[in-house]
Design a protein around this ligand. Structure first.
Ligand SMILES: Cc1ncc(COP(=O)(O)O)c(C=O)c1O
Length: 365
């Protein structure tokens, strides 16, 4: 039972209750189409990272456009996607505790599942669990390509590949490396230089695994900012972009290959002097990559929000704002803002088309 009232299709956007994540469907669908067109032209696959959209609604739009599967950061996200019938899931992340490994096996029992590893101990535990559950689990070796997060060093990949190949219940699929330290470099040439350096490590590791006599089917990499650098390299078989689907304020400073599809719509609840107070705050819009900004209205300067309030300092056109007016904000970081909401309000030509559930919000276990 829920006491939540949801608006009907056709409701004008300004009548939606706030704070609300509003998605311009035409723009988001065009972003999906553009990424897939790039991949088709360059003979690679797209496996979008759904840590951004966290929703089967969008995953299915990406799959229907031609994606070969999706990525999920966490087992709990994968559980939501598997329940929605998504046919293939890569967790480009390490799953190490017994409880999570057991849940991963349940996902693998219903859905083709691949997971990243960077240690022999993890390989042994996954193998034991896969045999026990009677499933075959795909494995990618994660290579540290310079981000210094997870991943083995490139020279250690062949030894780990041998351990995987001889582990029952596991299928060695290939390698992955995420050049996350390069994806948001503002200058394209700098992004390219750093991404190519990173991908040299991944492709070198893939070659040394092949030289050890082990076939490599998948070499997976890239975020939105490097899709057209990494995605053009011989040897890379697929890209894992996530943010391109909605393009947050931070990514809009990196490039304009994709357009902004998402705003956080809020309502003016108080208006005094040069001040307007909105009904959104830290519980509905993130500030980890900087303060949001107002879209489509000149002269409204955003101050640091508190939990449920956000203050605008007004000048010029913005002084016309009155109580009850709607204001659209662009979050600098989409993923962390989306994670705070239950629904997308998906709009076309200013009218609500559908409300899509953010099934993966808060699914960080
Ligand atoms: C492993 C991995 N792949 C792909 C991505 C997608 O990156 P982006 O949001 O830049 O498209 C991320 C983002 O954190 C990631 O961690």
């Amino acid at each position: 039972m829920t006491n939540e009232w949801l608006p009907l299709p056709g409701t004008p956007v300004e009548e939606l209750d706030t704070p609300a994540i509003v998605i311009d469907l035409d723009v988001a669908e065009e972003n999906i189409r553009r990424m897939q067109a790039f991949a088709n032209e360059n003979g690679i696959s797209v496996r979008p990272h759904t840590k951004t959209n966290k929703s089967p609604y969008w995953a299915w739009k990406q799959l229907n456009a031609g994606a070969i599967g999706i990525c999920c950061a966490k087992v709990a996200e994968a559980e939501e996607m598997a329940a929605a019938g998504v046919p293939e899931i890569l967790i480009p992340n390490q799953v190490v505790t017994p409880r999570k490994i057991s849940r991963l096996m349940s996902v693998a029992a219903t859905t083709k599942t691949i997971v990243a590893v960077d240690s022999e101990a993890n390989v042994a535990n996954l193998s034991r669990a896969a045999v026990g559950a009677g499933v075959e689990l795909g494995i990618l070796i994660e290579v540290n390509v310079g981000m210094d997060r997870c991943g083995v060093e490139a020279e250690d990949a062949p030894a780990l590949a041998k351990a995987i190949v001889s582990a029952p219940g596991l299928r060695f699929d290939g390698l992955m490396g995420y050049e996350g330290h390069t994806v948001a470099a503002r200058d394209f040439e700098e992004r390219k230089t750093e991404a190519l350096r990173a991908m040299g490590k991944l492709l070198g590791a893939a070659d040394s695994v092949r030289k050890a006599g082990i076939p490599v089917n998948i070499v997976s990499a890239a975020g939105s900012g490097t899709y057209n650098i990494t995605g053009k390299l011989d040897g890379i078989t697929e890209i894992q972009p996530g943010s391109y689907i909605f393009m947050d304020g931070d990514y809009l400073e990196v490039f304009n290959d994709f357009d902004a599809a998402m705003t956080l719509m809020a309502t003016v609840i108080s208006r005094t002097g040069n001040r307007a107070i909105l009904d959104c705050g830290l519980k509905s819009i993130s500030i980890d990559r900087g303060l949001p900004y107002v879209v489509g209205l000149e002269g409204a300067e955003v101050s640091k929000p508190s939990e449920e309030h956000l203050k605008l300092i007004l000048s010029g056109e913005a002084t016309k704002l009155k109580v009850g007016d709607k204001v659209h904000l662009r979050a600098m970081h989409g993923d962390t803002t989306i994670n705070m909401h239950d629904q997308y309000f998906c709009v076309r030509n200013g009218k609500l088309e559908t409300v899509a559930r953010i099934a993966g919000r808060g699914k960080f276990r």
